[in-house]
Design a protein around this ligand. Structure first.
Ligand code: SAM
Length: 207
């Protein structure tokens, strides 16, 4: 399955910009292995949301490994089309990509997911506003981050609290000499309906 995914990513990326990582070995390590670092946090049958999934990371590799219900959202249509093509090619059931912004998708789908994942979309404060509203109370939000995670987390303490979250775990590891940090936030209170605020507000004016 990974070979089909990787080959198709390279093929489509040759005419449509989906990712800057195009070498097969790099795709294996920086896209597939990195995505799978959060697999232990997802249980079979969970409802999982990937915000700003791009070419399908981390959501699709996770879904290849385990049977759960996967929704991927991205604001760029060509990326959503690519993800739906991969879902079809790999014959993945219970998975779909949706063309929308997190801020709009939250109007109908708040507090309904067991696990919300996101990588390389925004700093921790902004990302918390885009992701935590979707998590059920008792569910988790996982930010897959690089070496700036500690600094970002420090600046996001207020946002996480306001949005009903509590940092549960910080997981540090290396992938091919790159420092990776996964921040796991538990949803302990419902998020007020006013969050996420409208388009780009979380980025322009972080909580
Ligand atoms: N998560 C993928 C990865 O790690 O390879 C893609 C990362 S890419 C740098 C960021 C993606 O987030 C882009 O595809 C962009 O369109 C999407 N994005 C940014 N803000 C968004 C929003 N508010 N709602 C939905 N998608 C968003």
């Amino acid at each position: 399955m990974y070979e089909i995914y990787s080959d198709y990513l390279i093929e489509v990326n040759s005419h449509t910009n989906l990712t800057s990582i195009t070498d097969p070995e790099e795709i294996k390590i920086k896209h597939f292995e990195d995505s799978l670092s959060v697999l232990p946090y997802i249980k079979e049958g969970n409802k999982v949301l990937d915000i700003g999934a791009g070419a399908g990371f981390p959501g699709i590799p996770l879904r290849i490994e385990k049977n759960f219900d996967l929704t991927l959202v991205d604001s760029v249509n060509k990326k959503v089309n690519f993800m739906n093509e991969v879902i079809d090619k790999l014959d993945l059931s219970n998975a779909r990509a949706i063309h929308t912004r997190a801020e709009d998708f939250a109007k109908e789908n708040r507090e309904t997911f067991d696990v919300v994942v996101s990588r390389a979309v925004a700093n921790m404060s902004t990302l918390s506003e885009l992701c935590l509203p979707f998590s059920k109370v008792g569910g988790i939000f996982i930010a897959l981050k690089g070496p700036k995670a500690d600094e970002e987390l420090e600046a996001a303490q207020n946002a996480i609290k306001i949005l009903g979250g509590q940092v549960k775990e910080i997981e540090r590891f290396k992938i091919d000499d790159n420092d990776r940090i996964n921040i796991i936030v538990e949803k302990i209170h419902p998020t007020k309906k006013k969050y996420p605020r409208g388009k780009n507000q979380a980025k322009k004016n972080p909580l």
